[in-house]
Design a protein around this ligand. Sequence first.
Ligand code: TNX
Length: 609
Amino acid sequence: MKKRIIPVLCLLLLNSITFAQQANEVSIIPKPASVEKGIGAFIISKHTNILAKGADAEKVASMFNYFLNKKYGFVLKINNTVTTNVIVLNTTLRIKLPYEAYQLKVTNHSINISGERSGVFYGVQSLLQLIHENGRQLSVPVVTIDDAPNFAYRGLMLDVGRHFFDIDEIKKILDVMASLKLNRFHWHLTDDQGWRLEIKKYPKLTSISAWRDSSIIGGYGDFKPFIYDGQRSGGFYTQDQAREVVKYAAERNIVVIPEIEMPGHSTAVLAAYPELGNGTGPYKVAGYGGVFYTIYNPGEPTFKFLEDVLTEVMAIFPSKYIHIGGDEVPKDEWKNSPFAQLVIKDNHLKNEEELQSWFISRIEKFLNKNGRNLIGWDEILEGGLSPNATVMSWRGEQGGIDAAKQGHDVIMSPGGYMYIDHAQAKDHTTEPLAIGGFLPLDVVYNYSPRPAALTPDQQKHILGVQANMWTEYIATDNKLEYMLFPRVAALAEVGWTKSENKDYKNFSENRLPIFLKNLERSGVNYRIPEADVVINNDAQTGRKTIAITPFIADSKIYYTVDGHKADNTANLYTSPILIPYTNGRPLTLKYIIVTAGNRVSNEFIVDIK
Ligand code: TNX
C-alpha cells in the first residue's frame, strides 16, 4: 500500500510544480500581436515530420532542428511528402506577409507556420517557447498566432573593447537574442582599452592594440590613486572568426553591425601607431575606463588608415550600416595642435566641433561611396550632422529627437532606460561591481522609443531601440550574462510588442519565470529578481505578517529578521512570517532565493517599518 502512495504523491507534487506551465499556457516573450487559444494540443513525437515548403523554409527547418536538439536532444525528420503529424514551414505564400511577420497555427493534427524566411524563423521561435514538456512528452497547445514587430531595429550592443569575449560566448548570446526576436547585434569592436579585429594591413592592431598590460581593481572611484592588478589581458577575433559570427547571426535573422570608434576612444590604436595621434604620446593601451583626451589627428595618413581599416571591415560585414562611434571626443588636443588648427583654417571651419563634423563627413562619403550607411552616437550632431547619417541617441532622447526633426533616422538607446551596464539594485552593496546607476527591469520594460515630442511623420524616423552593454566592469561570461538577463528580455518586448499589448505584471509574473527556467536549462546565467514582499495584517492574530513570493514559483526562500546574514542555514520560508514584537524598533528582512535548479540569488535586504 505504502509503495503506491509515494508515486501518487510525487505525481501530485510534480503536477502542482508544473502548474504554471500547464499544457494550455501560452507564454511567449516578446508578447505576440494576437493570440487565439483553442482546445487541445499537438503532440510532438519522434514520428513528427517537418515539411518545408520553399528553399528558405528548408533553411529554417534546419535551424528549428538546431534549437530542438539544443533544448531536447533530438531532431525531427525533414520530409516533403507527409500530410499528418507534421509541422509545416511555408515560405511560399502567394500573398506575402511583411518582413519578420508570421502566422502560426497549431491544431491537434498539425502545426503551420508561414511568412517569409525571417517570419517563419520567428514563428519557429514562438513555437519553441510554446512547447511543454510533460514527462517525456512534448506538447504544444492549440492556438492561432498572428504576429509582427513594432520596430524594425531591435538591437543589443556588446562592448568587447573593454573586455574581450570569445566567439563561443558571442554565439551563446546570439542564440538567446534570436529566441527573443532581437535582430541587430552591434559589436563595439574598438576602444581605448583594446582593438579586437584582425586587420591584415595593420598587424600591430592585434599584436599591440589588443592587449592591456594591467587593469585597475575595483571601480573608478574605489581607490585613488588606482591599484592595478598587474595582469596582461585582451584578445582579438581573426577575420575568419568574425565571418563565422556574421554567418551564425544571419542564420538567426541577426545583422551584425560593427563599430570602429573615431576620432576618440582610440588610445589603443595610438599605442601601436602613435603617428596617428596629435603628438602627445607615448601612448599605452588603457587599463581603466573613462573618457580619454588622446584622439586621432585629422591628417591624411589618419584617413588613409581608417579607410583601409573600413575596407577590410566592409569585406567581413555585409551590414548596410557601419557604426563609427563619434562619442565622447574631448577637443583639447585639436585646440592645442597647430596642425589641427591648420586643417580648420584650410577647410574654412569655425571650430573644433566643425572639425569633428568634417572628419565624420569624410568618412561618411567613403562609406556611402561603398554602398554603406553611417551610424554614429549622438555627438555627431555637434557641428552639423553628415547628410545621410543615422543617429544613435544615448545621452537621453534629445539627440534622437533633434535628428528625427532634421529628417535623419534614429535608434533610441537613452542612458536612463537602455544602459544595462548600470546596477540592478539601488543598494550597490548587494550587487557585483557595476559602473553605478540603477536600472531595474521595469524601467527597461516600460520604455517607449517613440517620443511624444515628434509628429507621426517624424516618428517614422525612429527605426527602433537598442540596449547597450559596456563592459569596463564586466570581465567574465557569468557576469556578462548576469547583467544581460533578464533585462534583455524586457528590451525584446520594448522592440517587438505594441504599447497597447505591453503589461509589466503579465510579463514579469506570468511569462518571465518560464523564460528564466529556459535560460537556466540552457546554462545561461541571469540575475534572479527580487521577490514580491508584502506586509499584511493577519486577520486571526491581529499581527502583521510578511509575505514573500518569488518570481519563479518553485524556488526556495531562506530568510532572517534578526539582522544576520541570510544563507541556506537561515529559516526556510513556508508561510507568511509573523513580525516579532519589536517595541517599535526597526527590523531588517534579509533573504535569498534558491531556484529548483540550485541557482542562488544575491542577498536581498528590506527594511521593515
Ligand atoms: C559612455 S555611451 C560611453 C562608453 C562608456 C559608457 C558607460 C557611449 C557612446 N560612450 O564609452 O562605457 O558611457 O556607461
